[in-house]
Write a protein that binds this ligand. Structure first.
Ligand SMILES: O=C(O)CCC(=O)C(=O)O
Ligand SMILES: [Fe+2]
Length: 273
């Protein structure tokens, strides 16, 4: 029997999400986004999706082509592409969860990913993985390095590629293999989100429908002393950063702590004045 994914409703508190993340490594929050925020997001992202062909254009390594998906449209650096995204990245659930898991290990955290992932018909299962495997040189045991939420911007079903999650795997020995019955799909309606930890095993699902794309958006925070997966300094234009709320500027990396992240050996915020 696969362990179920617990579900909370949109009027929950960050502390309730944290409690289930501690025990299960993942939890669904139904109705995490207000309908009008969901509509604003999709309206802006429709144009980006229409202009972006599936697949990776300049893979860093050959196996990233299948990891990112040949029938999957990805658009990253969303803070520079979607105003509505700025509201999502400051969602109290996300910041509350990040405060709890990350602040014990860093002075502040950084936006790691702001990425649209639209899995199209014909896509196969993504390889199961732990996202924090990307910082593979850090020895075990590691603290939690990152927290994430996959927001459903369309309905997520078992057929169209709902994220596959292995509840409890954040506590497993690193070499334990996943068995098929331990995988649960995060089926949820548009506007809901599945929160999970960087140490939780998961992967995108195959899209077996004839014509139903699965649109998701993957938002995560990482300890501020690690290199972020997405290079926000190069993807989000400085002129746009200047117009953003102060907390967003900090989360994009325009905050230094002592000698870490300085410009002209000083505060990068000076660039934004
Ligand atoms: O699209 C999904 O559901 C998951 C994607 C994912 O885990 C990843 O690209 O790291
Ligand atoms: Fe992942």
């Amino acid at each position: 029997m696969a362990p179920a994914l617990h579900r909370l409703s949109g009027d929950t508190k960050a502390a309730d999400i944290v409690a289930i993340l501690e025990s299960d490594g993942a939890v669904i929050v139904d109705g995490a986004l207000a309908p009008n925020l969901l509509n604003r997001l999709n309206a802006g992202l429709d144009r980006i999706v229409a202009a972006t062909p599936p697949g990776v254009r300049h893979p860093t390594e050959g196996d990233m082509v299948t990891f990112y998906g040949k029938a999957t449209v990805r658009a990253d650096g969303l803070p520079g592409k979607s105003e509505a995204f700025l509201d999502v990245m400051q969602h109290p659930f996300l910041l509350g969860v990040a405060d709890h898991f990350l602040l014990p290990h860093c002075d502040d955290y950084l936006l790691n990913t702001g990425q649209l992932i639209e899995i199209r018909p014909g896509e196969s299962d993504q390889r199961l993985h732990r996202d924090q495997g990307v910082w593979r040189h850090l020895p075990e045991p590691k603290p939690e390095l990152e927290i994430e939420a996959m927001f459903a911007l369309s309905d997520f079903t078992a057929e169209n590629g709902a994220t596959r999650i292995v509840p409890g795997s954040h506590c497993w020995p690193k070499d334990r293999e996943v068995e098929a019955h331990e995988i649960v799909q995060a089926e949820m309606s548009a506007g809901s989100a599945v929160f999970y930890l960087g140490s939780t095993i998961h992967g995108g699902g195959a899209n077996r429908t004839a014509d139903l794309p699965r649109r998701g958006m993957f938002v995560g925070y990482v300890l501020g002393w690690l290199r972020t997966e997405e290079n926000m300094f190069l993807s989000v234009p400085l002129d746009k950063v200047r117009t953003m709320p102060h907390r967003v500027q900090e989360l994009l990396g325009y905050k230094a702590v002592r000698a870490l992240g300085v410009v002209n050996v000083g505060d990068p915020m000076a660039l934004l004045d």
